[in-house]
Design a protein around this ligand. Structure first.
Ligand code: ZN
Length: 280
């Protein structure tokens, strides 16, 4: 079964396997080799990519004519503004490489060859010392996958560290098209049903997660729900998230977000239930 798109990067907590895999890549792929070692200046158009072009901060490399899907790139360019206005942080103007394939088989074949041992995910964000790389293939989920992985790329280019669950919760939130984010996420229905029977996801348990392999479908859903709660429950809840991210961006260790929520949003568990039981 193909799992949800994910982020596999991280200089600090989650990148160890991928870092060594990325080094293995150096012998076989000029593009990914230079990106993996941070030597971006040596990147030259690789003849193996039939289509390569640049749009804003995005360098796009694809094995099919992706230019017809330029609307997706426009969408990704808007994501920067969406993140900045929603989260109150400055998104770094760091180049992001989009490596796009016509089919899932070509995508998997490429990743197996250049990143052996990598988890089988529908799309991936990989970052080492150089610019972030987003890998995806053409499908009806491609827009969602690109928004999800590019959210990771932009957050990780802009913040020294993002707690695993918050990183995934934000990517889940922003992967939905902008108009649908508050009220049409695929997570919303089940989260509301769970709220109706009094189920509040354990924030402390989420904060304790340190390995992407521990993030199953339930953890992605729960992470999304807390992000939605923080952004939409009240100005009080929103400010807890914004202050946390601002401190991260200022290199000031903010401590566990679960503790900040408990301190900044009195009765947050009851308010979580009320938030998702309400119609919106
Ligand atoms: Zn992810």
């Amino acid at each position: 079964m193909v799992r949800k798109a994910c982020c596999v990067n991280r200089m600090n907590r989650r990148g160890f396997l991928l870092r060594s895999s990325a080094l293995a890549l150096a012998a076989s792929c000029p593009l990914a080799s230079s990106l993996a070692t941070g030597a971006e200046s040596s990147v030259r158009p690789a003849p193996k990519w039939p289509y390569e072009w640049q749009v804003g901060d995005f360098s796009i490399h694809s094995d099919f004519d992706f230019r017809e899907r330029v609307d997706l790139i426009d969408d990704l360019q808007r994501l920067r503004g969406d993140l900045e206005s929603s989260l109150g942080i400055t998104i770094a103007r760091e180049r992001i490489h989009l490596i796009l394939f016509a089919t899932s088989s070509r995508y998997r074949s490429y990743l197996r060859k250049h990143f052996p041992g990598i988890p089988d995910r529908r799309a991936l964000f990989i970052k080492r010392r150089g610019p972030g790389m987003v890998f995806a293939y053409d499908s009806h989920e491609m827009a969602v996958d690109l928004r999800h992985e590019t959210t990771h790329a932009m957050l990780n280019a802009s913040l020294p560290y993002v707690p695993l669950w918050l990183d995934e919760g934000l990517a889940e939130y922003f992967e939905v098209s902008s108009a649908d984010r508050p009220g049409k996420s695929p997570h919303l229905k089940i989260v509301r049903l769970r709220a109706l029977i009094g189920q509040v996801p354990d924030l402390v348990a989420l904060d304790d997660l340190s390995d992407l392999s521990a993030m199953g479908a339930g953890e992605y859903r729960d992470a999304w729900s807390w992000v939605h709660f923080l952004l939409h429950e009240s100005e009080e809840s929103r400010q807890v998230l914004l202050r946390f991210l601002a401190e991260l961006q200022a290199q000031s260790p903010p401590g566990p977000l679960s503790r900040r929520i408990a301190a900044g949003v009195p009765d947050y568990q009851q308010r979580y239930l009320k938030h998702f039981r309400a119609a919106f």
